[in-house]
Each structure stands twice: as structure tokens, then as C-alpha cells.
Design a binder for this molecule. Sequence first.
Ligand code: BES
Ligand code: MG
Ligand code: ZN
Length: 497
Amino acid sequence: MNISVQKGDLLEQECDILVLGAFEGGKEPYGAAGEVNGELGGKMFRYWKAEKFTAKPGETFLMRTDGMISAKRVLVVGLGKIDDFGVESVRQVAATSLSVAKQLRCKKVVSVLHGAGYGDLQARDCARAMVEGVRLADYKFARYKKDKSKSPDEFEIVTKDGRAVRAAQRGIVDGEVGAAGTVFARDLVNTPGQDMHPETLVDAAKMIGKGKGSIRVRVYEKERLEKMGAGGILGVAQGSECPPYLVHMVYTPEKRTKKKVALVGKAVTFDSGGLSLKPSGSMETMKIDMAGSAAVLGVFSVIDQLAPKAEVHGIFGAVENMPSGKAIRPGDVISAMNKKTIEVLNTDAEGRLTLADTLSFAVKQKPDFIIDLATLTGAVVVALGEEITAVMGNNPELSQKILMAASAAGEKMWEMPLEKNYRKLIDSDIADLKNIGSRWGGSLTAGLFLQEFVNDVPWAHLDIAGPAFAERVIDPYTKKGATGHGVRTLLELLRTI
Ligand code: BES
Ligand code: MG
Ligand code: ZN
């Protein structure tokens, strides 16, 4: 499917479907919808009144035009109330229009540039949101089941405003970058553990770096990790047939810069819990436990196109968490790369063990700040549900920047505290730390545990356990399965650095 923008008259567009928007509570169609309604002799408005179309968010109204205009059909998508309208509405409206066009097997879609000019919405941001919505709504994981649905060949945005066209063209590029990065992450996360091993993530990183002078990929194998003292990664990997790897990717911008950012991802390709075995129900979705690293890889897959003005490091410790005669036992003590010792009381709290090493490694790169993404705790899903990521960190400014970027990217995030008084809950009698806290506040004790490995480097931890995977439809562009959550927030952050 090709997505483009053009200057033109909507009434003259030959297409299978012409997409318009309408606000809830509006008395009469106005703007583009008003024009089309006029050309259709007022039919559109009469029909939508008869059908009680009220233009609530996501509500649609469809009619044939019987040759009265060049488009074969008109689709009106509800924009909701004007006061609630924003870039996220644009993303969702575009996604809805694509889904309807797909169902009708349309070849060519023409759409207005939703949102441009309303309030302080910019044409560039609206076009970007449209492309993200359309591409992500079009996404299907088709590795094991043929996708019989057919995407349109053309999705054309048409506007009368010549200046908006140029801005929208830039927005289309932004949107393609955001969508491609997200799709890259979705594919990795959707891949079952049987085809997603630590080595698979290594291959993905190498594939991204291949032929790109701006990206360097370094892979540390087991023997190297032993020399580096990466007891966390090694300990978790111990029970698996698959050897562990530490992957370090570096993007260097063309223009020299002093800015340096580290992105760290949890990369447990399957989390059985290890000897602290999970009940079978909890294990069903544990192929998603590498979603943090998938988000980092998703960013790197498009980083050349984004061209951020900073050196960007992508780091993850890839392991599989399995029970076996060689597996790490509850009660064992390991030593992380920064020499802190950890009593492993629960082998299912494995993410923080691998992150202990990966964060220590990230600190050694001397970045300005570190952001880690991890499907770290079930507790965060209890606290914030399936759609919201918890942000914790040691630097309020960085956390604030992340929350702003998330909001612009249409990803939901909320800050949670690293309460100092809870730090004692991870004191161990025989080691520097233990890997579980008390029964309560499990996401916070996990965050406090990670903090032990970042020294005083500004750092934020994103617990994405809820939004990484959708067990039900979340919105028009987030269907069941992996979401690629985190990619667009990171891209937004890097874009504005
Ligand atoms: N990968 C899980 C966390 C998780 C749960 C992610 C649900 C996505 C959805 C993590 O490794 C884990 O097992 N955490 C334990 C920690 C506990 C043993 C302290 C948990 O949350 O139960
Ligand atoms: Mg676990
Ligand atoms: Zn896990």
C-alpha cells in the first residue's frame, strides 16, 4: 500500500472510498463533509440522520454515491467531541477508515487530512498520525497463518491547502518511520519461543547493522560474559539449552555530537519462571518477555531514517529462562557485573537479574541518560492495567520528558515512585541484595532493585508488562497480539533531542 498526499479537490477524486470526518454534536456537515453533502444534493446528511449517525469516536457512516461525485462511496468517520479531539483521535480515525476500506476490498482510498487546522494541530503531526494509524491497523502477524485480507493499493490524502501538502509530506515520512519501527518490534514479540531464541535476537541486531556504516553491533558470548562477571545473565541462562548473549549496538550520527543515550531492553525470549515455575496459565504469553529488547531493536531498525542528533546505544542481555538440572536454584547467590551480590530467592524474578548486568554495562558507556524497557512485573499490570506503562526513575526531568514524548506518540505512561523506605525490603541476610521484595508494591521493589545498578546516571525504567501485548482489541490500530509499545515514545524522544 502506497500512502501519499496531494493537493486537489475531493469532489474530483476517483476512488473506491472517500473518507471524511465529522464531529459529534455538529448540527450540519461542514468543511469537506459539507461540500460533499452539497454535491450529493443533501442526501448524505439525510441518510446519516435517518441512520442516527452521531459521529462518536470510531462510529462510521457509509453510502454509495451513484456517480454524483467521482468517488464510488463516501465513508464518514466520527471524530468525537471537538473538545476531546487531538492527534490521537487522528491516529484512530485513520485506522478505522483503513479497516473499513479493507473489509470492502477497496483498491484506492482517498481521505481528507484529518485534524489539520483544528486548534493548534499541525499538518505534519496529523499526517504522521494518519500514517501510523493506517499502517498499524493494516498490520497482521502472518508467519503461521496466511493473511487472506487484502490491503488497498493506494491511500491518498487530499487537501486543498498547498502549504499543508509540503508539511504533510514530511509527516508521512515521520509516520512511516514510527510505523516501521513498531511493526518490526511487533513481529519479534509475536514470534513464539520455539522460533525466538537468544540467538534470534542477535541475528536481528546483526541484520539491522548490516551494510549500515552508522550502526555498529558487538556481541558478547558466554565465555566473554564469564570474564566480564555477568553473573545475572549467566545465572538466568544456566537452565536453558540456549547460550546467552549480550548485544551492544551503537548508532553514530553523521554530525559529531557529545550527546550519548543508552536504551536497554529486557530480552528473555521465554520466561517459564525457571525452577520457581509459573503456573501454566501465566506462562501462555511469556514469549513476550523480550518485548523491551524488541522495542530497542524496533528503534534501531529505523534509526538511520530518524537520524537523531545523539550517539545512541542499544543494549540487551538475551537469555531463555528454563528449569532443568542445571538451572539456578532458589537460594543461590550470584554476582552481577558491578560486583554486587544477589541472593536469588525466586528464579521467576529473572528480568532484574539480567538487567543488573545490562544496566551495569550501560553505565560503563558513560551515557547522558539510560532508559530501560522491560516486561518486568505482573504487579504493574495489577496497578495500571493492560494499557499503561509505569515510569520510574532517579531523575524527574528525564521522567517528565518521557511522559511528554509518550503523550505525543499516543502511548500511555504514568509515573510511579521509587520509595526510599521500600529499599530495605530487598535487603538480604547473606548478599548485597535479594531479588524479591515483600508481597506488596512489587513493581516498585523491582524498580528499586534496578536502581542499584545505575549509580547516579540519570535513568528511567519503563515497566511495559501491561501494554507490550494486547489480549483484546485496545483501539483501532492495536489489535490482539504484540503492540510494539515503547518504540514510538523512544523515537519521539530521540527526534526532539
Ligand atoms: N516476565 C514476568 C513479568 C510479567 C508478568 C510480564 C505478566 C508480563 C505479564 C517476570 O519475569 C516475572 O515473572 N515477575 C514476577 C516477579 C515476582 C516473582 C517477584 C511476577 O511478576 O510475578
Ligand atoms: Mg519471571
Ligand atoms: Zn520475565
